[in-house]
Design a protein around this ligand. Structure first.
Ligand SMILES: *[C@@H]1O[C@H](CO)[C@@H](O)[C@H](O)[C@H]1NC(C)=O
Ligand SMILES: *[C@@H]1O[C@H](CO)[C@@H](O)[C@H](O)[C@H]1NC(C)=O
Length: 571
């Protein structure tokens, strides 16, 4: 049998392999093989002493599997079967605890309660945890008290001071030590640092940087213009410093607006309604700024809002004169006498200076100079007679300028509508001619007559027709007024013949229905024509130079035929 005695790994000890068959005469040879044989361990083949020939490190290799055998030195015959044995390397505390993840960064909200966990640190020790205390680590704090503490066993870092305030101090460096051997004297130690940042909570109220803001804005500033900026400062940061502003009171509530700028910090005051220095030169606004993210934990001790006063002065701007109306509409009869005052306009300088105003007409708006605007009084009058039938509207532009500053000028439009006066007589529709067939009998309608009148009475035209007095008892034709602005011309006899008479002239008196009544006499030409059996005209007086409006196509052909005949004869 083989026996083995272990040695302490740190010493260059000699341990012995010994067979009970060894009689000490040197006839036995010990052989060592397996892991580390010849490199880490050697054996004295005569004595069986085993030496470690290399430094052993449990943390590199904790055990070796070796085989040993005793043989006859002469015959090299094995004296007994090979036996296996394990060399276990015994641990010593040669490794200090280490923080593989250090240095650490952590954060904890300010104002956290004592005992709030910040971070857990873990140190590792390479020594054998199953043997002795070489790997038993205890944590302690070297730096960072009294703000933080560390749990000796678990390595959890905790808050150890109440009401730590980020606004007072934000960053802390904590140094933690891990010591093995259960923290006992002689243990090995390793340290790490933890950078702890206090996170913000909303524990500070906003405060306006001014109790009273003075701002000013020109009265001409358009709606939307920025008047100024206010700021309720907050010692907190991020969302805890974000603000929302509102105008809660003051006589400028309806005239100005407030909004928060894109950073959510500043209040921007803008113009909401047009300003007018002359009617109100200053405004007061009571503005409130409030945090948008409230922390319920501090609701009872932090007022999350503040108030300030903003005083806005409106600056006077030299403005052009202002007409008493932006546009004027006037109606004027066309027979108005020259020099009639159409309308008197007024423009006033709205500025405090109240400069004198001068009036004029914009030339291109009255190219034919129908009107004149009295330069000091603003009286618009006619200087030419008007004619509705020629120009029905005069749309002119009038100007008002400050006498001592011609750049301050403004304009207004005046629409003059010319009203109708019955100043035109009616007359027969142009080119109206009539014809009578030779075959026509008494009482036959030969023409319907209509009239035209350039006037435009509001109630429409009402023409009346009659034959002129000299034709009143005409034995040849009669006129019948249809009372609908038309009249009929009828024959009074039969037996018409071109041989007797080719053309008759019939004076017709036409009156309109307006006051003063306008009357005219138009002469209707009636030609005698030969007609076919349907009453279509075949031929009329050859000297007719204008064609009756009501000629049929047949009549036209007949007339053309006559012309050819005439041409043929004259050749
Ligand atoms: C003049 O103004 C009136 C009213 O604004 C309008 O109806 C009319 O068409 C205008 N006439 C001309 C010629 O511009
Ligand atoms: C009526 O016709 C006849 C015959 O053609 C003529 O002599 C007479 O002058 C006419 N009368 C009038 C008033 O035209």
């Amino acid at each position: 049998r083989l026996f083995l005695y272990f040695c302490h790994p740190q010493t260059r000890c000699s341990q012995q392999l010994h067979s009970d068959m060894d009689r000490g005469d040197g006839s036995i040879k010990y052989i060592l093989s397996g892991e580390g044989a010849g490199t880490t361990f050697t054996i004295d083949d005569g004595t069986g002493d085993i030496h470690a020939i290399q430094r052993l490190d449990r943390e590199v290799k904790a055990q070796y599997l070796l085989r040993a055998q005793a043989r006859n030195r002469l015959t090299d015959q094995p004296l007994e079967p090979e036996s296996q044995f394990v060399v276990k390397i015994q641990d010593i505390n040669d490794n200090e605890p280490k923080f593989p993840d250090g240095p650490y960064h952590a954060s904890v909200p300010e104002m956290s309660h004592i005992g709030t966990s910040v971070i857990q640190l873990t140190a590792t020790d390479a020594d054998d945890p199953t043997y002795g205390s070489s790997a038993r680590v205890v944590y302690s704090i070297l730096e960072g008290q009294p703000y933080f503490s560390v749990d000796a066993k678990t390595g959890v870092v905790r808050v150890s001071l109440a009401d730590m305030d980020r606004e007072t101090r934000e960053n802390y460096t904590v140094v933690i030590q891990a010591k093995d051997m259960g923290g006992q004297l002689g243990g090995l130690a390793g340290t790490t640092s933890v950078n702890i940042r206090l996170g913000d909570v909303n524990d500070n109220p906003p405060t306006f940087d001014q109790r009273l803001y003075q701002m000013s804005i020109p009265e001409a500033a358009p709606v939307g213009s920025v008047v100024g900026r206010i700021w309720a400062k907050d010692r907190d940061v991020g969302v805890n410093a974000e603000m929302e502003y509102s105008i809660i009171d003051g006589d400028g509530r309806d005239t100005f607006d407030i909004s928060t700028d894109p950073t959510n910090l500043f209040g921007i005051i803008t113009v909401k309604r047009p300003l007018n220095f002359e009617s109100k030169p200053s405004y007061t606004l009571k503005v409130e700024g409030a945090n948008t993210h409230l922390d319920p934990a501090f609701r009872h001790r932090v007022p999350f809002k503040d108030m300030t006063i903003v005083h806005v002065s409106v600056e006077d701007v030299d403005e052009p004169p202002l007409f008493d109306a932006p546009a004027y509409y006037v109606e004027l009869a066309e027979d108005a006498e020259i020099g009639t005052v159409v309308r008197t306009v007024t423009a006033r300088d709205p500025d405090a200076a109240n400069n004198t105003v001068r009036y004029s007409i914009e030339k291109s708006s009255d190219p034919d100079k129908f009107f004149y605007l009295e330069i000091t009084s603003g009286s618009l009058m006619t200087v030419r007679s008007l004619d509705r039938e020629e120009v029905g509207w005069h749309n002119i532009t009038i100007l008002a300028m400050e006498m001592n500053n011609p750049t301050q000028i403004s304009s207004a439009s005046v629409a003059v509508r010319v009203l109708d006066v019955n100043d035109n007589p009616p007359s027969l529709t142009h080119y109206l001619e009539a014809y009578v067939c030779e075959s026509a009998k008494a009482g036959q309608l030969i023409q319907t007559v209509t009239a035209v009148d350039p006037d435009q009475p509001l109630g429409g035209q009402h023409f009346s027709y009659r034959l002129a007095p000299e034709a009143a008892n005409n034995p040849n034709f009669t006129l019948r007024d249809n009372q609908d602005n038309t009249a009929w011309i009828l024959t009074r006899r039969g037996g018409w013949s071109q041989q007797d008479q080719t053309v008759f002239y019939l004076p017709v008196v036409i009156s309109d229905g307006e006051q003063p009544v306008q009357t005219s006499t138009s002469t209707l030409t009636v030609r005698v024509c030969s007609c076919d059996r349907e009453g279509n005209v075949m031929s009329c007086d050859a000297e007719a130079h204008s064609l009756p409006a009501s000629l049929s196509r047949g009549a036209l052909i007949a007339i053309l035929a006559c012309i050819f005949v005439l041409l043929g004869e004259s050749r």
